[in-house]
Design a protein around this ligand. Structure first.
Ligand code: ATP
Ligand code: MG
Length: 599
């Protein structure tokens, strides 16, 4: 096929769009692949669509290879199924909600678990129908708080989402592993490096879950990896906690006056001055810092939670958010922030700078008499028998040697503290290194949550009704186009990997002579006849500088320039990535391009 630039619906731009921060966004707009329609919402132009379709095709082939079948749901959906699973509420402000002329509620689907579950329920009823894997490549709508970086975080975007249906856990494991394999092959064929990392299941519930992160400095996700092969997103990292300690012989806790020590640093200084240890100085890690957070529940209600962590560790709100769900009265998207002065004032037991454990128990310890019960969670390092310097819930006082379990209890253990470079991997595979990445795909075992909520059952071998177990698997298709552009560019433009490039070769007619144009046209025809996709720059009155500039901006991996060299019977073959150019005789040009393309 030949695409002629004289008639292609394309206008390249010299200036970066003003709202663009990252290279992929700038270049995809400048090279005429996409145009912004509204914040986080994009129009696809012919060249962009061509890349998008190639990405989709690779995904379709790998889905077919594991036996998944393609379907297509509407994006506009009625509220009811999402009410049954409570996601109408849980999705919070991220959901685009609308009404029809009769006032009935609808939504633009952010993801389609409900609809797939109901469709299978509608049509299937026996274990003999399973396993089943179905998928779609569909627009998704999420009113993201911060649409960002062009296609990387859109409010309308394309996702490939698949769902597996099995009668038992072993079946789900097999379906999950099949998808995992397919995802690794998809990203390999796309030429996009990904690291599968352990993830928390988040709002979807379920158990086993992995994200496929593409390592890049502009990524919004932080993940960790060890030299020994452990990889997890920061939310999912579990702390290597010390063993519980026998506290039978530990001395009793004592309360000390520690005026003017509202921060960990001032407290450690004061402790070393007034209560020095014989063996070593006190450090921040000996203190228990009690951080008060305010949670806004999906119902709008504001609730306080105190998290006790070693004083040398900061609380990471993303980790708290990912892990706190189990301790809250209702599920769904929550707001999370440090408690305000007003929050603290409402509960007189919360003495700023001197907060200690005990506020959660029905029998308050130390100065917390009269305290309203506040949810109290601790870091995994707060093991039974560990001994702490911590607030006494009285202004200007701390308690020394307060022993976990003996002197205070907690409502739960939570992974809430920051993960640091050098922390140990939970599987014993060595120290962790931090990296940034973009989430390209996500697979998880949903289990029976949706099937139970929507009553998807089949008859098993013994004629008994059993709840189906499901998996859900997503790839960000438009995000993949952006990530590919991000990973493959230089300061002159895009450099597509062959598998997704909008064409195999970009033929440029440079100069004015009639022979140049007729030879270039002839070569374009021959290349097309040889089965290659050709972009042919046949624009008659455009300068060589502009033509070369556009060829480099557009990013087709092979450029064939027909110009002055023709007088000597040669054309120039250029590799966009390496910049290497060579002259080849006109008669050998087609073979040389084919060799480059096959390479
Ligand atoms: P993120 O953490 O980046 O917001 P997510 O965990 O909400 O993503 P999933 O619900 O797991 O996303 O969706 C599956 C895939 O869809 C993601 O792995 C990602 O590649 C893609 N995706 C999600 N949100 C967006 C978006 N706003 N724009 C483009 N692609 C997205
Ligand atoms: Mg995800």
């Amino acid at each position: 096929m030949i695409t002629r630039l004289s008639s292609l619906f394309l206008r390249t731009l010299r200036e970066d769009p003003v709202d663009a921060e990252v290279a992929s966004h700038k270049l995809l707009v400048r090279a005429g692949y996409i145009r912004r329609a509204a914040p986080g919402i994009y129009t696809w132009l012919p060249l962009g669509l061509s890349v998008l379709r190639k990405v989709e095709q690779i995904i379709r082939e790998e889905m077919a290879a594991i036996g998944a079948q393609e379907v297509h749901f509407p994006a506009l959906l009625p509220k009811e199924p999402y009410e049954v699973t409570n996601r109408w509420t849980e999705y919070g402000e991220g959901l685009f909600r609308l009404q029809d002329r009769k006032g009935a509620d609808y939504l633009l689907a952010p993801t389609h678990e409900e609809m797939f579950t109901l469709l299978v329920k509608d049509l299937y009823s026996s274990y003999k129908d399973l396993p089943l894997a179905i998928y779609q490549i569909q627009n998704k709508y999420r009113d993201e708080a911060r649409p960002r970086a062009g296609l990387l975080r859109g409010r309308e975007f394309i996702m490939k989402d698949s769902y597996s249906f099995d009668v038992d856990d072993a079946g789900l494991d097999a379906s999950y592993l099949a998808h995992r394999g397919a995802y690794l092959r998809i990203f390999e064929r796309l030429g996009l490096e990904v690291v599968p990392v352990k993830a928390t299941a988040g709002a979807m519930g379920g158990s086993r879950s992995e994200e496929f992160l593409h390592p890049t400095a502009i990524g919004e996700d932080t993940f960790v990896r060890s030299a020994g092969g452990y990889a997890a997103n920061v939310e999912a990292v579990t702390t290597v906690a010390p063993e519980p300690i026998d506290y039978a012989s530990l001395p009793a806790a004592v309360v000390r006056d520690t005026p003017d020590t509202p921060t960990i640093d001032t407290l450690v200084d004061a402790a070393n001055r007034t209560e020095p240890r014989a063996d070593r100085p006190w450090t921040a890690a000996d203190t228990l810092k009690n951080v008060v957070l305010a949670v806004t529940l999906p119902t709008g209600e504001r609730q306080l939670v105190i998290i006790g962590v070693p004083g040398d560790r900061a609380v990471d709100l993303k980790r708290v958010e990912a892990n706190i769900g189990a301790f809250l009265p209702v599920g769904g998207e929550i707001g999370l922030e440090a408690a305000s002065e007003e929050d603290l004032k409402k509960n007189t037991a919360l003495v700023k700078g001197y907060i200690g454990p005990g506020l959660s128990t029905d029998e308050p310890v130390l100065g917390s008499e009269g305290a309203a019960k506040v949810l109290y969670l601790v870091d995994p390092r707060v093991v039974p028998g560990s001994s702490w310097i911590t607030g006494a819930n009285v202004d200007g006082k701390h308690v020394f040697g307060l022993v976990a379990e003996r002197d205070f209890g907690w409502d739960g253990v939570i992974e809430a503290t920051e993960v640091r470079e050098g922390d140990l991997a939970p599987d014993g595979s060595g120290p962790l290194e931090l990296a940034r990445g973009i989430e390209m795909g996500h697979i998880f075992q949903l289990g029976r949550k949706y099937a139970e909520a929507l009553d998807l059952k089949v008859l098993d071998q013994n004629g008994k009704q059993v709840v189906v177990t499901m998996g859900s698997y997503g790839v960000g298709v438009t995000r993949a186009v952006a990530a590919l552009a991000e990973a493959n560019h230089d300061d002159r433009g895009l450099i597509w990997p062959r598998n997704v490039a909008p064409a195999d070769v970009h033929v440029v007619a440079v100069g004015r002579g009639e022979e140049i144009f007729s030879t270039a046209a002839q070569l374009a025809e021959e290349l097309s006849a040889a089965g290659l996709d050709v972009i042919y720059d046949d624009r008659p009155k455009v300068s060589p500088g502009v033509k070369f500039g556009d060829a480099e901006l557009l990013g087709v991996p092979t450029i064939l320039a027909v110009g002055k060299g023709l007088a000597d019977g040669v054309v120039e073959l250029k590799d966009r990535r390496s910049g290497e150019a060579q002259n080849v005789p006109v008669a050998e040009a087609v073979a040389a391009v084919r060799a480059a393309v096959a390479h």
